[in-house]
Design a protein around this ligand. Structure first.
Ligand code: GN1
Ligand code: MG
Length: 369
């Protein structure tokens, strides 16, 4: 079904006058819908949920609805003392009252309120931007930290469990296409060696979880810099978007993902490998912003694993991109051949840069603890 027909299944005022594709993500398809009456205009975000990735879209929406309702209540309660107006998307119901609409092809769609006068960037711009990325993630984690984690469905089993991505990689490597892609490229062989050298490290967070040192909590799941909205008027962070990976997890994966994406000025898609490095000034800024909010709920044991989480999530994302390249690009959307291989090269180069800066990163974390 065309997106136009789906858009009108949600509660929008007046008539639909425009629908713009604003694809930025690697998984879902995203549009901006504009509705007008004689005197007003309202816009919302319309998304087709990728069913290959999210096998149970209705559960994704149930999580999103419950967590955003909870978060909105807290934002309201704290509004008078807040240093800014915090925003967070609201799920717009379909006309039949559900939190999604299903089209004739069985595809699931959702509508979300648009965040007012704010912009997101796929690369970090400066130190202030990194501070705001940290504050926004810390604030979001804090306002959902008392949401009962066992009331959230695990909508993406295995998501951010690094050892499982290693097992999936091992399975993929055995396939014909993967072998062909491996043997024909010296770069692919180099990445395979990079992975082998870090096998032991892959379980660092899961081991800490099994030992009971750290615990499952509600997490965002995808707090990369692109998902941080900056207020156009104040320059402050106003919101985190892309809430479909909110589920039980380790807050560490969130912190790591925020750092790997906010402290790499070259961005995830660069073709210039030599421009990829982990910027310590940006990291110090991010940590400062994050801990301002997160100190309220992090334990000392949590803090001990923050460095590892940055190294780990960067390694994990590189591994996921590389596995997808070897599998024939079946998960992450691509626009050119070899894009997932290149994305993996970028993350592994960043991972090396993180490893080289371990001492200084630990020092920055300690100084703000
Ligand atoms: C995917 O779809 P998007 O761009 O929000 C992925 C994340 C990765 C990210 C890397 C559900 O997020 O885990 O970190 O790409 N989301 C899913 O850009 O796999
Ligand atoms: Mg996402």
């Amino acid at each position: 079904m065309p997106a136009e027909n789906v858009a009108t299944q949600f509660e929008g005022p007046g008539r639909l006058v425009a629908l713009r594709n604003i694809n930025t993500g690697n998984v879902n398809d995203t549009y901006r819908a504009v509705f007008r009456t004689t005197f007003s205009e309202e816009q919302f975000i319309l998304q087709r949920i990728n069913k290959r990735v999210f096998k149970e879209p209705a559960l994704v929406m149930a999580n999103m609805k419950r967590v955003t309702d909870h978060a909105h209540r807290l934002i309201e309660a704290e509004a008078d003392d807040a240093d800014r107006i915090w925003q967070l998307p609201r799920v717009i119901p379909a006309r039949d009252g559900r939190d999604f609409a299903v089209d004739e092809q069985g595809e699931y769609w959702r509508a979300l309120t648009l965040i007012a006068s704010a912009t997101s960037h796929d690369r970090v711009r400066n130190v202030e931007h990194a501070v705001e990325a940290g504050v926004v993630l810390g604030h979001f984690q804090r306002i959902i930290s008392d949401f009962p984690v066992d009331e959230l469905a695990d909508t993406l089993p295995g998501f951010h469990i690094t050892p499982l991505y290693l097992s999936q990689y091992d399975q993929v490597v055995g396939q014909k296409l993967a072998q062909a892609r491996l043997t024909s490229s010296s770069e692919a062989k180099r990445l395979a060696k990079f992975i082998e050298a870090r096998r032991g490290f892959a379980s660092v967070l899961q081991d800490a979880l099994s030992r009971g040192e750290i615990h499952l909590r509600p997490i965002h799941g995808d707090p990369k810099i692109t998902n941080i909205m900056i207020d156009d008027f104040t320059g402050k962070g106003t919101c985190i978007v892309d809430l479909d990976t909110v589920k039980p997890g380790l807050v560490h994966y969130d912190f790591g993902d925020s750092a790997r994406s906010s402290c790499n000025p070259a961005g995830e898609e660069t073709l210039e490998l030599k421009e990829v490095y982990f910027d310590l000034d940006l990291f110090e800024a991010l940590v400062r912003g994050y801990l301002r909010e997160a100190r309220a709920f992090l334990s000392e044991a949590d803090c001990n694993y923050l460095y590892d989480s940055v190294r780990l999530i960067t390694f994990e994302l590189g591994l996921r991109f590389f596995s997808d390249h070897l599998a024939g690009d079946v998960y992450f959307k691509t626009t050119y051949d070899g894009q997932n291989l290149n994305r993996a090269r970028v993350q592994f180069a960043l991972c090396e840069s993180i490893e080289a800066r371990e001492k200084l990163m630990r020092r920055a974390l300690q100084s703000h603890a």
